[in-house]
Design a binder for this molecule. Structure first.
Ligand code: ATP
Ligand code: MG
Length: 347
């Protein structure tokens, strides 16, 4: 058998390595749940999942140190509540694995300044900063590249807004391999959901629902009580026309169609035919009910898990230990190829 065929055969049986990160800033919302968290949970069935709560990314915008720690526990409990099983995947806190920061710096040597300048997220977020626009905000995609490349992640489940960052990450891996040694780093593929990849703010359907910006009324949080969800969905901004379908000037209705399709595991076409001839009131009522049903089990499990911070710490520490083992191997290779440090540092 040819070597290439043998490799193909081995790959067929080897679990795909899936990596993604989520910020512990603010409060996680329906967009995060549909675009990212639900994909994380599903991916445990398909491969080796590695999920990271990225506190080092969170410090790139204005934040409160004590609150960051609280939100980190919130996010951990939400992820486990949603169905991540720390025995079946690796769940950890980014700052516990120092290899991420080191690799970020090493990769900055093969990252083009001009590429970072083109990033939409930097442009959007830097405009929203009232005080300091930090260098960390500019460097964010390099750290994100380090997060994934440290694990030689093959697949990255994310929302649509992160597409450009994954492209850059691939470019960084490519440039590293060309310069220092083919096959050292893996170029990851994004996995963006077909429906619900970009859930919009309910009060402003031209901007994405966001953890750090956006309106309270326009953001459905994972931990919102059913009455709050009902109120937010029912007061979602729509158009003055009628007809539950997508189209010019109907961004608000299109967003709710996407939300309903995503939480039902259906498609926008099916939702449109079901609600043909219905008024906006009835439609919003159905969306609100479906979202409440969708988020309630996670919120209830969160309430049970969140008070036990020592247990959450134990889970994160266990995850970090497993993560460190993988990342340290990649770092040793990268340092060696780059001529950084003594030659015998390789394990
Ligand atoms: P911020 O807006 O401050 O960057 P965020 O809401 O994007 O915060 P992150 O922790 O940066 O939260 O993102 C976690 C994951 O959720 C990412 O994969 C991101 O692509 C996805 N995501 C974020 N917002 C949405 C959205 N509105 N719709 C679908 N997916 C989203
Ligand atoms: Mg984001």
């Amino acid at each position: 058998m040819l070597l290439s065929q043998l490799k193909l055969l081995i790959n067929t049986f080897r679990a795909v390595r899936i990596f993604s990160g989520i910020q512990p800033t603010g409060r996680k919302h329906l967009g995060n749940y549909i675009g990212a968290i639900s994909q994380y949970v599903e991916s445990q069935e398909r491969g080796e999942g590695i999920f990271c709560i990225v506190d080092l990314h969170a410090i790139s915008v204005a934040y409160d140190p004590a609150e960051l720690r609280e939100r980190l526990y919130d996010t951990t409990a939400i992820l486990i509540g949603a169905g991540l099983d720390p025995e079946r995947c690796i769940l950890f806190r980014q700052s516990d694995v120092r290899e991420h920061s080191e690799l970020c710096w090493l990769l900055s040597a093969v990252t083009a300044h001009g590429d970072l300048n083109r990033m939409h997220q930097f442009k959007d977020k830097s405009q929203k900063q009232r005080e300091l626009v930090s260098a960390a905000l500019f460097f964010y995609p390099v750290l994100q590249a380090a997060d994934v490349l440290a694990y030689r992640g093959e697949e990255v489940p994310i929302g649509e807004d992160q597409r450009q960052h994954i492209e850059l990450m691939r470019e960084i891996a490519r440039r590293f391999n060309e310069r220092f040694g083919e096959g050292t780093l893996v170029e990851p593929e994004h996995r963006i959901p077909a429906v619900g990849a970009r859930i919009m703010d309910l009060q402003d359907p031209t901007t994405k629902m966001s953890t750090t910006s956006g309106s309270e009324q326009g953001t459905v949080h994972v931990l919102d009580e059913p009455s709050a969800i009902q109120k937010k969905v029912k007061s979602a901004v729509t158009d003055s026309g009628s007809g539950v379908h997508r189209g010019e000037g109907k961004e608000g209705i299109a967003n709710l169609i996407d939300v309903l399709a995503a939480v039902r595991g259906s498609t926008p076409d099916v939702v449109e035919s079901e609600f043909e001839g219905s008024g906006y009131g009835d439609f919003k009522g159905a969306v609100a009910e479906a979202v409440v049903d969708y988020l309630t089990p996670t919120r209830e499990r969160y309430e049970e898990l969140r008070p036990d911070e020592p247990e959450l710490e134990r889970i994160l520490a266990q995850g970090a230990e497993k993560a460190r083992e993988i990342a340290a191997g990649t770092l040793a290779d990268v340092r060696k190829m780059m001529g950084v440090g003594p030659l015998d540092i390789r394990r």
